[in-house]
Design a protein around this ligand. Sequence first.
Ligand code: SF4
Length: 361
Amino acid sequence: MNKNLIIPIFIPHMGCPHTCVFCNQKKIAGCYEKPTANFIKQKVFSCLQTFKNVKEAYIEVAFYGGSFTGIEEEIQDELLEVASNLKKANIIHGIRISTRPDYINKRVIERLKKFGVDTIELGVQSLHRDVLNRSQRGHSEHDVIEAVKQLKKINKKVGIQLMPGLPGDTREKVLATTEKVISLKPDFIRIYPTVVIKETLLAEWLAKGNFVPWTLEKAIEITSEMVILFSQTGIPVIRLGLQAAENLQPGRDLVAGPYHPAFGELVKSRIYRKQIEYLLTNTDTNVVDNHLVVFCYYKDISQVKGQKQANLKYFREKFKLVLEVLPKKDLNSGSIAWLTGTGNSLNVFTRREFLEKYRIK
Ligand code: SF4
């Protein structure tokens, strides 16, 4: 199966007892009705009608939006029963839930096994004690380690969600969190730099001058370092930044912070910048009259140049170099090539080589 198709079912928070400073529970809880068994079946069948190439896809029902294992047990059973029956009938292939690290215990593990849940996404956000405390997360680093350990023991796929830029967070704390997360060997990562949403404690703190969100530039730079570290150990980062949504337009629910509808593209572009900079400072490139021609995978041209040509400007200012970026169909995404001294052949610097050599200082 070459494609993963997710059917999202949003679970209201149903009176979450926590007060994470970035969360607007009232707003989120008000958005969704509690799904019923019938609703789930209808949603699955209507999604299957709209998906293309369903036969070749791995189809997953995903319970998102709340701490699934924290809701009433009868409701968990009811929802998982429907999903499990759809899975047994081979209408879907997997079940995914998202929850908090401290909501994984023996009873939960038994339920996940019983209903055949395949993937568990944990809202970890940070593994720094001070950041977790100041963000009022209500769980510890130890909870995260234990949760991952228990889930791995029963062979579940574990995803970890991180939120760089929470109160008290710094580049050093984020990189330390990243190293600790790597040591837990999760199956995938999602990174959502912290933004300030209306009617949250963060919004109050911002108004009083007690919290300063990261700039977009800082979020791009640090997130790109996180992605490099995860990629160096083969852990896929499957999401960068919040999904573009109407309520995240300025003047709606977004108050401040490093939100950008194409945040992932900006991070990928920054990684290309670092790769070319590594090439310039560590390799014998063929720079003639402060002019360098590089080739890349044809679909990545705009990432290599950067948004509004930001990477070209960067190299012009820092290296007094005019960088020309040309497409080359037979190059893989992530590879950069340049002409040899004689101009007769191409040197290729692959993403894999870059990841092997590059060290974050
Ligand atoms: S983010 Fe925190 S406050 Fe919001 S629903 Fe999750 S656990 Fe509750």
